[in-house]
Design a protein. Structure first.
Length: 113
């Protein structure tokens, strides 16, 4: 099991930072933590697959972006890639999470190792 610690920080007042494994699945671990699910490899894989399935179900033919419309080929390639363990999550997956779970997503980043 991952070593998780949570702490208040002055860098992000009002937020609690929780360490998650830095294994290429960290975004999915963080989303699971937000929902109260366990932080482990199986839970990360499940979240990844749920979000890819949600995207497949709701955006089968096109993906609207600020820059235009991306077609079915892009979607299929993206979902195939994102389905792989260790593939870094991105803003598209965060948007799928926000839509699927009706939860806002705020991204905070720290450059500290």
């Amino acid at each position: 099991m991952a070593n998780r610690t949570s702490e208040q920080t002055s860098e992000f007042p009002g937020y609690t930072l929780t360490n998650v494994p830095s294994d290429g699945n960290c975004m999915f671990h963080s989303l699971n933590h937000k929902l109260g699910f366990p932080i482990n490899q199986q839970a990360a894989a499940n979240m990844r697959q749920e979000l890819c399935a949600y995207m497949t179900e709701h955006y089968a033919n096109t993906w609207e972006t600020h820059g235009g419309r991306l077609g079915k080929e892009w979607l299929e390639t993206y979902i195939k890639s994102m389905s792989k363990k260790g593939e870094y999550g991105d803003g598209v997956m965060l948007e799928m999470f926000a839509q699927k779970y009706g939860r806002p997503v705020h991204v905070h980043s720290s450059n500290s190792a």
